[in-house]
Each structure stands twice: as structure tokens, then as C-alpha cells.
Design a protein around this ligand. Sequence first.
Ligand SMILES: Cc1cc2nc3c(=O)[nH]c(=O)nc-3n(C[C@H](O)[C@H](O)[C@H](O)COP(=O)(O)OP(=O)(O)OC[C@H]3O[C@@H](n4cnc5c(N)ncnc54)[C@H](O)[C@@H]3O)c2cc1C
Length: 541
Amino acid sequence: MTVSSTATDHDVLVVGFGPTGAVASALLGQLGHHALVIDRLAGIYDKPRAIALDHEIFRHFDNMGVAEAIAPFVEPFTASEHFGADGQLIRRIDMAEKPYPLGYTPSMVFSQPAVEAELRRHAMSFSNVRAELGVELLDLVQASDRVEARLKDSDGRHRSVTARYVLGCDGASSTVRQIAGLGLEDLVFDEPWLVVDMCVNESALVHLPQCSAQFCNPSRPVSFLIGPKNHRRWEIMLLPGEDVRQMERPDNVWKLLSPWLTPHDGELWRAASYRFHALVAADWRNGRILIAGDAAHQQPPFIGQGMCQGLRDATNLVWKLDQVLKGVSSDSLLDSYTVERKQHVIELTSKIKAIGQSICERDPVAARKRDAQILSDGGGKPLLMTRQEIIPPLRAGCLSHHDTSARGSLFPQPRIASGGTARLLDEVIGAGWRVLIDGRSYDAVSMLSLCAARPDASAAAVAPAGAGWPNALEETEGVLTSWFDRHGVVAAIVRPDHYVFGTARNTSELGDLLREIEMLRRDAPAGQANPIPDQTMERTL
Ligand SMILES: Cc1cc2nc3c(=O)[nH]c(=O)nc-3n(C[C@H](O)[C@H](O)[C@H](O)COP(=O)(O)OP(=O)(O)OC[C@H]3O[C@@H](n4cnc5c(N)ncnc54)[C@H](O)[C@@H]3O)c2cc1C
């Protein structure tokens, strides 16, 4: 469906064509909205910053139809081993085991410039998305029904365009954030680090650690990351008194890398110093102007979540903007964007900060105490953690009033038996709003009829393969069945961004949940209905 923009030049102006802006524009394009995306740079930043991404983000890439195109630039993330002040193993952070909860390797490494190029190509493949490069945003003026943006073209000429909403994906020094007067809150982390990316020769790779590692040595904390192919990264803490520009010089970089490599062992891709900050915007919306990605938050990269956070922003915001632009919901739905994403970012950043502070400990006595504590937490052995347990759920916002254990968490994605093979659930039933029902439940039939009575709610029942449950899709690995068992529920309503709106233990509770969604509909402008968009869902049963 194409939503035409009559009163304004565009439905949405996206400022910034980095990963956040590229995903936001592509999603808007996919949903039929007219988007203009601009970037003041003509090309993609050719050096990697982000190196890790996770299964939630890959699921969105798959839903968007870019997973295949980016797959050559993505590999599984090795475990990270943390070594204490005396070089002993204190902690191991690994991936969740198979069967994978979302259907993909839970943590991955990737090559940012190549993946960004594919994301941009994908966004520009929509005829309703227009990308203008070398174009800078100078100013924004809001009216009741639109925003006027003043732009500067690459030839220096100024012009104005109008859009119903503006999305600032323009990075850490965001012009949009400043114009909208959205201040930053300091989450109090500020450490200087040198980031070194190397393309290592084949012959030298075998001499390097075969796992990613954190050397929590108080004399100089260092992270080592195994990137795709022969890409290896060292993140090296800079010490008080060290001059950042001097430390970036190749002779100094090679000195720092000397425990691992010599200049004959590879090519220096880049060395750049960063201050690792923890900042979050106080508000993410001012009227028709919203911000996302690094424009809204920055965090230290210790578990590789900065870009992932930005893409969560984009996927959270775009389904809401879609409903508002289509007149299905009033624009107060957009208030839940700040509520949901700010809390999530603060909670995750505080966990990242705690890991960072523990890694950055410079006092040898405190560092040994830290090591002893981590080992004690592991029962006297190196502590084992999975990266995924660090990611929090949504706790407030556009969620059911009934706080159940799975509310706000990411809904899993089982593999469904299909014609002698297995397909992922999203591919089978789509990724819009959906009701998923435990096909083993006595209530399954009544819940399906309840949903069938509502033209706006699409539903599917899922049960273990081979057990002959009637009317149910058959899952092959038990991922969803064990999820229902773990949470003691038989149905879940899932949002387009895969977060669980609410769960039910029986038909009556599912009825309550559907009524809650009805209440959200009351918020819609007069004459409009149905907050559950239907275009990606087909009734499967
Ligand atoms: C050392 C390091 C390691 C990291 N590791 C990870 C990791 O492993 N995993 C992870 O998920 N994240 C990681 N991150 C974070 C990640 O790189 C960023 O969060 C991500 O790149 C931000 O994307 P963005 O699209 O929000 O912003 P950006 O990529 O900064 O894009 C903003 C765009 O806006 C444009 N722009 C700015 N102002 C204007 C204007 N006025 N007009 C027009 N265009 C404008 C810019 O030219 C730019 O292209 C790391 C970051 C660093 C520094």
C-alpha cells in the first residue's frame, strides 16, 4: 500500500544515512511511505566502528530481505574470555546454545562498511525512498501539521523541503537533536581508548588467541576481538598523560601490539582514539521531530551494542510511525517510543558500564579483589555467561497492563516444518502484529475462534512436529513449546518489532488482552480503527 503525501513533500525526512537511517528509511519504504533520506557525506565511512551484532538485529535484516546480501560479511562471534590481573581466566562470555531462540546464531561479527553499503542499496531499491547524498540539514521549523527543513546541497545552494515527521539519525553530534532542544543526560562513563583494526596475514593468524579476549590487566586493559575473515581488533585503554594523537601514530601502535604481532604480520587498517561515553537523550521526541541511534544515545562498545541499540530504535519507531501516518493511531502512540527505548538503553548501558568499569580497573589491589569476586560468583570457577542474558526486556510503554514474566521480552522464532524442510516462523506467517497460540492447549480451538471473530487479529497455533495436533503449525526444535512452558502461558500477542505485548493463560485472558488492544484503538483519531496493521499478516488458520 502506498500512502501518498499530499500536504507535504515527504511523509518522513530521515537525516543521516548511517546504519540507523538506512534501516529506518528501508522500513518506511517497505511500508509504503514516502521518505527522503539525506546525508552530508557523499560516501559511506570506509572504516569499521561497530564489529558485533546480535540475532535480534539479524532477524530484522531477514524480515527486511537483506540477510542474504549481508551474509558474506557476517560470521559467528567467538566466545570472549576475560583474564584477570594475574593473567588467569576469570570469566567466559559465550552464545546461548542451540536450538537458537530466534533462529539465528545469537552473536555475530560483521564488516560495517560492507553491511552499510547493502543496507543503503536496499533502502534505495524502494521507489518511494529518495536518497540525496552530499546534502546537509541546516535547520528545522515545526508547524502543527509538518516540519520544514532547510537543506544545503553539495553545490552550496540552500533549499527547503517539508515532511510530516523528521527522524534524526545523524549521529553523536546530531544537528536534529540540537535544533529540537533535546538535551543529553550523562550516564557517567568517560574513558579514552585507542581502537586498532588490523588485516592479519594468514600465517600470523594462528599465533593469535583463537577466542576474543579481555585482558583486564590493571597496568593496561586491552580487548581483543576476532572479526570476520582476517580482521582482528584491539581496543587499548589509554593511560593518564598519554597524548591521543601520538598514540595513534603507527610506530606507537606497533609498540602496543608487540605482544601479539610485528609489522610483518599484517596491514594496519586504522588506529583511532575514542572517548567511550555513556549518554542518553532526556527526551527522544519534540513534536514531529524524533531522534534515533547515536543521536539519542552513546555507550561504551564493551559488548558491541551501540549500533544494535540504534537499529532497535528504528524498528521500534517505524511501526508506530506507520500506524500514525496511516491514521490508525493518534500520534500519542509516539510517546511510547521515548518511554520504551530510553529505559531500555539506560538499563543496558548500565550493564555495559559495569562490565566496562570492571575491565578498566587500574588499581592492582582492587583488580585482584574484582577477580576473586568474579571467580566466587562462578562458584570458584571462571564465571560462564551468555551475551544474550545481558539484554533487558522492555518494561513500560505500549505493553499490556498485566505484568507477566514474558511481557516486553523478545518473542522467539521457531522453525516450522514445511514441505519436507523447515522455515522460520516469520517467513511462514509474517512479522506484523500476531497472536501465537500453544497448539497443545485445550483452549487452542477456542482461542483461535476468538481471534477469528476479530478481523484485525491474525493468529496461528504452533505445536511440536509429529504429534498430530490439529490446526497447528508444526515446529521442529521445540523452541516455542518450551517458551510457553517456561512462562506458564498458552498465548502471546506479539508486536511488529517482535516484543511481546502480553501473554495469556487461557481464552478468557486472551480476550482481556484483545480488549486492551481495543482500548488502544480508542486512542485513534475519529473514524479510524484497527491499531493492528494487516498488511504483513495472513490468517494462517
Ligand atoms: C570503536 C567503536 C566500536 C563500536 N563497536 C560496536 C559494535 O561492536 N556493535 C555495535 O552495535 N555498535 C558498535 N559501535 C557503535 C556504532 O558504530 C554506532 O552506534 C553506529 O555506527 C551509529 O550509527 P548511526 O546511524 O546512529 O550514526 P552514524 O553512523 O554516525 O551516522 C550518522 C550519519 O549522519 C550524517 N549527518 C550528521 N549530521 C548531518 C547533517 N546535519 N545533515 C545531514 N547528514 C548528517 C553523517 O554524515 C552520518 O553518515 C562502536 C562504536 C565505536 C566508536
